[in-house]
Design a protein. Structure first.
Lengths: 182, 280
């Protein structure tokens, strides 16, 4: 390496046509896989979806300070031989541009056991003049649509905040108090 | 039990204030999931010790008490502090873990981290017996180096669990071993645009870019990247990526390259690191 610092002056940022905007998409776990990872000792997961009433939504919003967007919450009871181990709640929050699917596992006493992201996606433009970028797709383009989402796996740069998930946890803990706690 | 040797697992959790993605492969799937669980726990442990945001962390206890009396800290926190202060000395203050009061002043960190007369890294003393002492009221924020350290800890955990290959990516600061990966760098003028592509087969890459945290404070443009020697924020259209053998180093060196490129040259050479600077 002749120089330890390599400098590149980029051309001005250009977003090219919407049809070609690539996407970073990661499907990490299905709801079923997440259930099993959160409660390895469970023998069954019983679907126990909750339809919230207007009063319950108000109560959750008041307690958590976070807006409730959906009135149906997907919930599973994790059980081992009929004994309640806890709950797995599936939820979605808005990321930078797209919805993030995630799951919160609660212990039987309502404390947080585990959080898993199920599905994450982000849309991007790219620099059309970037040679290495284009070289990546050499030989892959066959008149068919580019499956760019399979090619972008790691992105470095400004860090995305997970604040929306933090707010989601607050909201679901209030949801537990209002709708699940016996 | 199925032994599929070619398996790879990929999971993501919200940690370190961002999304931490871990990909690992080379052993049976159930073992990989167990390895990932331990790696996430390792990151969570570092976060609990060293987060400046968490009032219950060991670091917050230091910030509250180390000015009044020496405080004993965990082995991990002591290691990170030693590395941070060494990097501060080697960069003559271009890296400084005591800039938190300025960020708190601008509303980028909690208000309780404000201090009236902020000091510098020179006011932190590491004493025998893992004791830490401040010579004036300070707030340490290890954000510029501890995230990388947490990634390193996760990588060590995955290696120890037998994974043949792995990538740990905490919102763009990442480390890899075993199989090469491509990393795309965001465009410094527009984070939704991708720019350069880097191939990384072994080691770490971290990027610092002010473009996401820029905001206005009393009509002045500020960001989370502060030159410790003059207390001003970087609001240029710039992004600095550093490739280094370990992630704490890559994480810390991005700031040195940003504020003192001359001093950075020698340090990069010393640590076997390289920098990529994007401007537009």
């Amino acid at each position: 390496m002749s120089d330890w610092i390599h400098r590149i002056l980029l051309p001005p940022a250009i977003i090219i046509g919407a049809g070609a905007i690539p996407c970073y998409a990661a499907a990490y776990l299905t709801a079923e896989q997440a259930q099993k990872l959160c409660f390895a000792e469970a023998t069954e997961f019983v679907s126990a979806d909750v339809k919230l009433t207007r009063e319950q939504i108000k109560a959750i919003e008041k307690e958590s300070g976070v807006r409730v967007r959906l009135d149906v919450q997907k919930v599973w009871r994790a059980q081992a031989g009929g004994q309640l181990l806890g709950w797995v709640i599936q939820d979605e929050v808005l990321g930078k541009h797209e919805f993030i699917q995630w799951a919160l596992a609660l212990n039987a006493d309502g404390t947080v056991r585990q959080i898993e992201i199920l599905d994450y996606r982000e849309t991007y433009g790219y620099e059309i003049r970037q040679e290495t970028w284009r070289a990546q797709f050499a030989g892959k383009r066959n008149g068919a649509k580019l499956r760019l989402d399979e090619d972008i796996k790691n992105i470095s740069g400004a860090t995305l905040s997970c604040r929306h998930i933090t707010d989601g946890v607050k909201r679901l803990l209030s949801f537990y108090e209002v709708a699940l706690k016996k | 039990m199925k032994w599929r040797l070619r398996s790879e697992v990929r999971r993501c959790r919200p940690l370190l204030g961002t999304f931490v993605e871990i990909i690992a492969g080379g052993i049976a799937e159930d073992l990989l999931h167990a390895a990932l669980d331990s790696a996430f726990v390792a990151i969570d442990r570092i976060q609990r010790l060293m987060s400046a945001h968490d009032p219950a962390s060991e670091l917050s206890r230091l910030n509250a008490e180390a000015f009044r009396h020496p405080v004993v800290v965990s082995a991990e926190t002591f290691i990170v502090l030693r590395r941070a202060l060494d990097l501060s000395a080697e960069s003559r203050g271009a890296f400084d873990p005591t800039i938190a009061p300025i960020l708190a002043h601008w509303g980028l960190l909690p208000a309780r981290l404000k201090r009236k007369r902020p000091g510098s890294w020179l006011d932190v003393s590491l004493l025998p017996g893992r004791k830490v002492r401040f010579s004036r009221p300070l707030t340490l924020d290890l954000g510029g180096i501890a995230k990388g350290f947490a990634i390193d800890a996760a990588i060590e955990t995955l290696r120890a669990a037998g994974a043949r290959s792995a990538t740990v990516n905490a919102g763009g600061d990442l480390r890899v071993f075993g199989s090469p990966i491509n990393v795309h760098i965001r465009h410094p003028a527009a984070p939704q645009l991708l720019s350069q592509r880097i191939e990384l087969s072994e080691g770490a890459l971290a990027t610092s870019c002010p473009c996401f945290t820029q905001h206005f404070w009393r009509r002045c443009k500020v960001s989370h990247l502060v030159d410790p020697r003059c207390g001003t924020a970087t609001t240029r259209t710039i992004s600095v990526s550093v490739r280094a053998p370990e992630c704490w180093l890559a994480d810390g060196l991005t700031k040195v390259v940003l504020y003192d490129p001359k001093a950075a040259r020698g340090l990069l050479a010393k640590y076997g690191a390289q920098a990529l600077v994007l401007t537009a």
